[in-house]
Design a protein around this ligand. Structure first.
Ligand SMILES: NC(=O)c1ccc[n+]([C@@H]2O[C@H](COP(=O)([O-])OP(=O)(O)OC[C@H]3O[C@@H](n4cnc5c(N)ncnc54)[C@H](OP(=O)(O)O)[C@@H]3O)[C@@H](O)[C@H]2O)c1
Length: 272
């Protein structure tokens, strides 16, 4: 095995990625399957997950298995955890990626858009993690901890809402929960980190990145001058899930082309 393979290998690891039939979850799933992991993908559209899994299986190296799972309710979380437990007795990697957003002006922001978003982005994430702890415990060791990656967002770090008030609050909650769980689970050989992505193409962001022209316009507002690419998610996923990332926990990893360090103000320049 080469030096790079040894350091960044995820071969043979078992993973669950929620909401991975599209967007960022699919980018992470493809990376793990190409690198030899066995990846379960689940979202409400079970048939779509099965179809995407078949496409991933054609890439070789690892395996993918797609089925239905809904993290928006206690019953849904419990059923999904049951599906996973029926397939494996250990989970090396859990990527809590399922998420949704709601954008509307502040003055008319609907009451239901609060729980609709928080139920999936925060409550579902927490309870699925709790329900899968026995499988993560079974996989994690002192040398090779089990890994949890939560999907936060640059919008959970920077105070921009763009009308997505419940979404940005949910992502700030994900960041906080990530750090809390990292502290609590380190002793159980489980690392907990979050991605805080800037703009990536997905179903959720299709309204803003769905055409090359729109993607270029959004990208021009990012300090590095582009939106995120699948490789940006792949690299970060392989890092955090392999031996290379085994000493990292509690990190909120900015995958945002510099958006989180952009501020647009100067206190002392050009005063005269
Ligand atoms: N794209 C970006 O620019 C960006 C930036 C920062 C953070 N993020 C985060 O990245 C994650 C993935 O989003 P994305 O942008 O890739 O959007 P996406 O393509 O819409 O993916 C989100 C996935 O979540 C699934 N989902 C929604 N509700 C669910 C539920 N109740 N149970 C299970 N799965 C559910 C959806 O599948 P079903 O409809 O089949 O359930 C969908 O595949 C989200 O947490 C998002 O907040 C995205």
């Amino acid at each position: 095995m080469s030096y790079l393979e040894d350091l960044f290998s995820v071969a043979g690891k078992t993973a669950l990625i929620t909401g991975a039939a599209s967007g960022i979850g699919l980018m992470a799933a493809e990376a793990l399957v190409r690198a030899g992991a066995n990846v379960m993908i689940a979202s409400r559209r079970g048939a779509e997950c099965a179809k995407i899994a078949a496409e991933l299986n054609a890439l070789g190296a690892g395996r993918a298995d797609g089925f239905a799972g809904d993290v928006s309710s206690e019953a849904g979380v419990s059923a999904l955890a049951g599906e996973v437990k029926a397939r494996t007795g250990r989970l090396d990697i859990l990527i809590n990626n399922a998420g949704l957003s709601w954008g509307e002006p502040l003055d008319t922001f609907p009451y239901k858009a609060w729980s609709r978003v928080l139920d999936v982005n925060v409550t579902g994430l927490f309870h699925l993690t709790r329900d899968l702890l026995p499988l993560l415990d079974a996989a994690g060791t002192h040398e090779d901890p089990a890994r949890i990656i939560n999907l936060g967002s640059v919008m959970g770090t920077q105070p921009i809402a763009d009308g997505a008030y419940s979404y940005t609050a949910s992502k700030a909650a994900v960041h906080h929960l990530t750090k809390t769980l990292a502290g609590e689970l380190a002793g159980r050989h489980i690392t907990v980190n979050a991605f805080a992505p800037g703009p990536f193409q997905s179903r959720m962001t299709a309204f803003a990145t769905g055409t090359d022209e729109k993607a270029a316009k959004v990208g021009s507002r990012v300090p590095l001058g582009r939106i995120g690419r699948p490789d940006d998610i792949a690299g970060a996923t392989l890092y955090l899930c392999s031996r290379a990332g085994s000493y990292v926990t509690g990190a909120i990893l900015p995958l945002d082309g510099g958006q989180s360090v952009q501020h647009g103000m100067s206190l002392f320049k050009d005063l005269d």
